[in-house]
Design a protein around this ligand. Structure first.
Ligand SMILES: *Cc1c(COP(=O)(O)O)cnc(C)c1O
Length: 324
């Protein structure tokens, strides 16, 4: 943890988030399935982006910025949480989101409105075009005397990744209190920093844990994205620990496409709700949980091993997408 101390952080979430065992599902599979509730971190409606924002927004404040610009899909949880966290710190949030699929103000778009956030809907399928619009706007604001700070998609920069190195420290120390070894960690992987940070944190702590990211969108070279993010975040804190390709475990459970509910994901949402009273989302955690269950059924995890699923948030998506 000392290594992270040299980086400014702002306190945004309520940590540690709860870690507990899903008893019914654990006994069904003879595996100890724990859940780490990063959706319950107490700002906005919670989610994994808050850990990254504790580092990113501290950087913005250090640089005397007054406006936070970020981007994402129409129902971006990252964008909504950036708006909520910016508001909490007295910074002005501005969001650039893909217009595709927006028919009404629901889910995160409703929350963005409640947070009184300036939203620009960009009519394109390409994140690169959304980013260009956002950066042009940042330049325009600078000319008007503002100090904008731009956060790339998902907050997945090496600095943002430090949030999940810290998250991994938190998780491993909770497990240690219970004298549990963690054999596997599963999380949804989108822009990569969550998985990369947990992987980097596990390496730093010499844990043998296998960290598996469940892909929920088709991404090119995603192994390399995760490996490089993990390595670069470790270099930021002056740790030259090599992250090898074979340390990056990814399994694709996208189904038809990003943000399109899949059968496997919807089944998992219903299973979690029915067995554990646990609510998952259709874009990330449902697909990731369904992927984990499928992998467990295929023997990816040994009997009596300890598994942690990271609940990364995303519940507003339930109120914007049809589950069928
Ligand atoms: C962004 C997001 C993820 C993916 O996290 P990354 O760090 O971008 O890989 C997972 N779950 C939810 C709910 C998210 O909003």
């Amino acid at each position: 943890m000392n290594e992270l101390g040299c980086f400014s952080q702002v306190s945004l979430g309520i940590y540690p988030t709860p870690l507990y065992r899903l008893d019914k599902l654990s006994s069904k599979y003879n595996i100890n399935i724990f859940i780490k509730r990063d959706d319950l971190c107490g700002v906005g409606v919670g989610g994994n982006k808050v850990r990254k924002l504790e580092f990113l927004l501290a950087d913005a404040i250090n640089k005397k910025c007054d406006t936070i610009i970020t981007m994402g899909g129409a129902q971006s949880n990252h964008a909504m949480l950036t708006a909520a966290c910016s508001r909490k710190l007295g910074l002005e949030p501005i969001l650039f989101l893909k217009a595709r699929g927006v028919t009404s103000v629901e889910g995160n778009l409703l929350l963005n409105n409640i947070l009184d956030t300036e939203v620009h809907l960009i009519d394109t399928d390409y994140s690169s075009e959304v980013e260009k619009e956002a950066l042009d706007y940042a330049q325009y604001l600078e000319k008007k005397g503002k100090k904008p700070y731009f956060i790339p998609i998902g907050g997945s920069t090496p600095l943002g990744t430090l949030g999940y190195i810290k998250g991994a420290y938190e998780l491993f120390s909770q497990a240690e209190e219970k004298r549990d070894m963690i054999d596997h960690i599963f999380c949804a992987s989108g822009s990569g920093a969550t998985q990369a940070g947990i992987l980097a944190g596990a390496k730093l702590l010499n844990q043998e844990t296998k960290v598996t990211g469940i892909m929920v969108s088709p991404e090119d070279n995603f192994h390399e994205t995760i490996r490089v993010l993990a390595r670069d975040s470790l270099q930021l804190i002056k740790k030259n620990i090599e992250i090898r390709d074979k340390n990056v475990h990814l399994v694709d459970y996208t189904g038809t496409g990003y943000a399109i509910p899949s059968k496997n994901g919807v089944d998992a949402i219903k299973l979690a709700a029915k067995t554990e009273g646990l609510i998952l989302d259709p874009v990330y955690t449902g697909k990731a949980f369904g992927g984990m269950i499928d992998l467990i059924e295929k023997g990816y995890v040994k009997k009596n091993e300890n598994v942690v699923f990271i609940h990364t948030g995303g519940v507003p998506g339930l109120f914007a997408l049809k589950l069928k």
